[in-house]
Design a protein around this ligand. Structure first.
Ligand SMILES: [Zn+2]
Length: 328
């Protein structure tokens, strides 16, 4: 009889109690997994929620909320007169650039995450300074537009293969963007390709001419090259030898010295490496298209595409190939 009772209880334990315990533990584990994932996601996001911004002029570091910081970047980097979809594209790109910079250049500014110099990181201006530079009549509408660009794209960033992209941008491409390898060397990023954008030529403030005398050219060349090696008495002292696929200068010969287009841009103070060069009597004339390195998103190109009816996601996907726009 006792054996039968034990047998009976064993059956009950195996068929009912143990499964119930298992199910409970499983549910508890599942719940704790979900909580962990949530915590992880929140942790990832909160890491970038406060930005330590270095002010280059004073050396001060200011802590700002990410979107508050982005208002200062968008309003410093792009004219408020540009189309709202271009401003939104700029906001998403600036947010992506910020997160990428923090993830990859953690020690660039020691205690700060990013600085306010456009030649180093990206430009930033305080709301007070920004408003002071606008006409009284446009202050309110301009600032509202900047806020709309940042707030309507809240949390959105550009990714490639699930990772935030290195979201380079520049003022005006002159019609075609450049691949990074032709500017900085190294290996390229697959999402940064040569893309043509119509309407860039309409921003005529980005067409420029630099005229230098032969003496000025030689003196600038001497800053970077040994004077004894320079010979101007060659057949054609100014000659472009090769172009990149985007139509920028790859190599130009000045006297007997070969320079890359990027070097020539820096030595002669040109706005981009997208230029023509010729002698006009004793003068060298550079005719320059565009402004900036030409890699990634073009700001005037974004405005031009927006005016052709493209939204900010289409604009971003035009300048960065094969990317996704996700909610971070
Ligand atoms: Zn910086």
């Amino acid at each position: 009889m006792r054996k039968i009772v034990i047998y009976f209880f064993s059956i009950i334990i195996f068929t009912f109690v143990i499964p119930i315990i298992f199910t409970k533990t499983n549910q508890i584990e599942q719940v704790s997994n979900i909580e962990e994932n949530n915590e992880e996601a929140q942790y990832e996001y909160s890491k970038y929620n406060t930005i330590k911004l270095l002010h280059n002029s004073t050396g001060e570091i200011e802590e700002l909320n990410l979107d508050e910081y982005l208002l200062g970047v968008v309003s410093a980097e792009m004219p408020a007169s540009y189309d709202i979809e271009a401003l939104k594209a700029q906001a998403v790109v600036a947010r992506t650039y910020t997160i990428y910079t923090i993830m990859h250049n953690g020690t660039k500014h020691e205690r700060a995450d990013i600085c306010d110099n456009s030649n180093c990181c990206q430009a930033w201006i305080s709301k007070e300074d920004r408003l002071n530079r606008w006409e009284e009549s446009e202050k309110e509408t301009n600032w509202a537009k900047i806020e709309e660009a940042v707030n309507d794209t809240k949390g959105k960033i550009v990714t490639y293969s699930g990772e935030p992209i290195n979201a380079f941008f520049h003022s005006n491409s002159g019609g075609t963007t450049e691949v990074p390898i032709n500017v900085w060397g190294g290996s390229g990023y697959p999402y940064l390709q040569v893309v043509a954008t119509s309407g860039e030529e309409n921003y005529s403030q980005y067409l420029s001419t630099v005229e230098l005398t032969k003496e000025e050219v030689l003196s600038k060349l001497k800053e970077k090259h040994d004077e004894a090696e320079i010979d101007w008495t060659v057949d054609e002292p100014i000659k472009i030898l090769e172009y990149t696929d985007s139509g920028r200068v790859r190599t130009i010969r000045v006297g007997n010295i070969n320079l890359s287009g990027v070097e020539a841009r820096s030595i002669f103070g040109l706005k981009s490496a997208n230029f023509g060069a010729e002698m006009d009597g004793e003068k060298v004339v550079f005719s320059v298209k565009g402004y900036g390195h030409g890699v990634g998103l073009s700001q005037t190109g974004s405005d031009s595409l927006a005016k052709q009816g493209k939204n900010y996601e289409e604009i971003i996907k035009h300048f960065y190939q094969g990317v996704e726009i996700i909610n971070y």
